[in-house]
Design a protein around this ligand. Sequence first.
Ligand code: MG
Length: 255
Amino acid sequence: MRISLGKSGRAGVLCILLGLCSAYTVEGAFVTEYVSGIMWAEPKVIDPGQAGGPPSDAIVLFDGKDMSQWNGGDKWKIEEGQAIADGGSITTKENFGDCQVHLEFATPSEVKGDGQGRGNSGIYFMGTYEVQILDSFDNKTYFDGQCAAIYKQFPPLVNACRKPGEWQTYDIVFSAPKFDEAGKVTKPAYLTVLQNGVLVQNHSELLGGTFYDKAPAYGKHADRLPIQLQFHGNPIRYRNIWLREIPPQVLQAPK
Ligand code: MG
């Protein structure tokens, strides 16, 4: 039996013989596959773990047992697998730059105070850049100071807070700023935040450190610094805190 190939069919056979990748699109057009030529390193295989739990390449900062990963963590109470803010802010013993952080928090179920005085805590990247933690469920304050705000810089895109006492999640991607020798910013810091699975900060470009008493401003600092959890006088509860360092993407030029 003789099989007759059309023009595109003959081109397909030629491409296969030449080792090129080709295919027909759904419309029936014959195309050759685009290949970037960049030699990527193979992505490392990790175990993503259970939903919300630490992936296999995470650094566990609190697993419900103790706060040994934190300077000052001995002041915080541990009850039923939860760490309760008390006696002062705490900082990680290890330093971090670019990273992904997961943490779970609950503001007090017994509502006391209002505004910034109600369920206040916060996570400070590099001890300098705060994602606010606050009981912002039916609790008005300035918008760039409510829960999930980048403090005194950007309000969250939406208020995705759960009720007082209910567990909430933060999944945060932090990109550290870079400075030149003279201390000039060559790359600002960025923060992306999901609160309870909802996007509340979308690659927000930070204006500098987050301060209570002055405008945001950058000051040159080390490439890696501790993360701080704030004690602001309120017994915020934490659980399931883990972090993954984000390595730079390495690629080789096309050959
Ligand atoms: Mg705070």
